[in-house]
Ligand binder design. Structure first.
Ligand code: PEP
Length: 249
């Protein structure tokens, strides 16, 4: 039995004041105890959020980490070890905004996945196709290639302490959500790809769906057999709605 998870990606949003408000509103929410919940503020707010949330119910992750481990001369980067030292538990790896807008290749994503685990963070590996790729019938090929890179480099055992998020690029921040059937098809293919390496690990890995998840569509998405929760962007900035999504999981 996989424990559902809902993760909130706050992206490049928030000031000290608005983050304090959001954290306070999250504390007022009745959040289910039987699912795993994590929020991903921007790096400058990690410490503030860690101090503010009830860490027993809500874990804190970071949206990125360096591909290099440890400490040293790498101006502007923050290593997984540094985030873990603060109390971060998770890190997003391979988000499409970083792949497409910041040029992160499958190779860089795989190195960050590895750096995260070596440095003490659990990665949420994001996979997903663009609209052009979907229209060209290449969805499963693209997602399969993105996953294969990490599987080949790290081995299937690395997925015992990682989560995968399927996020079709065309559904992120667009208001367009994949239908539950569209999402389920890709989730099943991801699990099948993992099962070719190890059936037990494939059954245990949580697969989150991301892309315009809202309170109104969460329950039908989370009802699908291979959808174990959601990675939520815009709607995670509203505590009421995020709470409702968590309760749907
Ligand atoms: C995301 O960026 O991970 C995301 C899923 O965003 P949104 O929910 O706003 O589509």
């Amino acid at each position: 039995m996989r424990r559902p998870m809902v993760a909130g990606n706050w992206k490049m949003n928030g000031t000290r004041a608005s983050v304090a408000e959001l954290v306070e509103s999250l504390r007022m929410q009745v959040l289910p105890a039987d699912i795993e919940i994590a929020v991903f503020p921007s790096a400058v707010h990690v410490s503030q959020v860690l101090d503010g949330v009830d860490g027993e119910h809500v874990a804190v992750g970071t949206q990125d980490c360096a591909a290099q481990n440890g400490f040293g001369a790498l101006t502007g980067e923050v290593s997984a070890e540094q985030f873990a030292d603060f109390g971060c538990k998770w890190v997003l790896v391979g988000h499409s905004e970083r792949r497409l807008l910041l040029g992160e290749t499958d190779e860089v994503v795989s190195r960050k996945f590895s750096a995260a685990q070596v440095g003490g963070l659990k990665p949420v590996l994001c996979l997903g196709e663009t609209l052009e790729e979907r229209r060209a019938g290449k969805t499963l090929e693209v997602v399969g290639r993105q996953l294969a890179r990490v599987l080949d480099d790290r081995g299937v055992a690395a997925f015992e302490s990682a989560v995968i998020a399927y996020e079709p690029v065309w559904a992120i921040g667009s208001g367009l959500t994949a239908t539950p059937e569209q999402a389920q098809e890709v989730h099943a293919a991801i699990r099948e790809q993992l099962s070719r390496h190890d059936g037990r690990i494939a059954e245990g890995v949580r697969l989150l769906y991301g892309g315009s998840v809202k309170a109104e569509n969460a329950a039908e998405l989370f009802a699908m057999a291979d959808i174990d929760g959601g990675l939520v962007g815009g709607a995670s900035l509203k505590a009421d709605e995020f709470g409702a999504i968590c309760r749907a999981a």
